[in-house]
Ligand binder design. Structure first.
Ligand code: HEM
Length: 137
């Protein structure tokens, strides 16, 4: 980690492991077949980003948080022409915020009561509360 900037591999892994956007939706434009299932034009489909980010065919030991993961083609910001326009901003903010927190503290410990997730929608995932114990450097 450069001073104050969280390592990019670590940030990508945090995004992959617990993706903020879990689902996105599309309408099939041309007849297609996916996993042997025919999809006629006009079919609404839900694309499970959170699930794809834990696909064992793509990620080695997907349910393990590995901050040094090298092969990490996650879909947190979508893909193709609708790839998130704000991705560079969101990534920079996350790297700066967590990076500064880690350089100013040591012995960060997750408290036993664990993270509390927001009760928002099935598509958006985030924390309401994450209680940690920090020692200032
Ligand atoms: C951690 C933060 C963020 C996550 C996880 C995220 C995720 C995503 C995802 C998955 C999509 C694709 C949706 C789809 O294909 O249906 C998307 C699109 C988009 N995002 Fe983000 N986003 C984040 C932050 C931001 C920020 C900060 C901005 C603006 C400053 C932004 C602006 C957009 C826009 C405009 C699109 C639509 C692009 C298009 O349709 O062509 N996002 N985002």
């Amino acid at each position: 980690m450069r001073a104050g900037l969280l390592d990019k591999k670590a940030m990508d892994e945090l995004l992959r492991y617990d993706s903020s956007i879990q689902i996105t939706f599309r309408t099939v434009q041309q007849p297609a077949v996916v996993a042997e299932t025919p999809l006629p034009a006009g079919t609404p489909v839900a694309l499970l980003i959170g699930s794809a980010n834990h696909d064992p065919r793509v990620f080695h030991r997907p349910d393990r948080l590995d901050l040094r993961r090298v092969h990490n083609p996650h879909l947190c910001f979508g893909a193709g022409i609708h790839y998130c326009l704000g991705a560079p901003l969101a990534q920079l903010e996350a790297r700066l915020a967590l990076g500064h927190l880690l350089t100013r503290t040591r012995n960060t410990e997750l408290r036993a009561d664990g993270p509390r997730h927001k009760d928002i929608t099935a598509a958006i995932r985030g924390l309401d509360e994450l209680t940690v114990t920090l020692d200032a450097r």
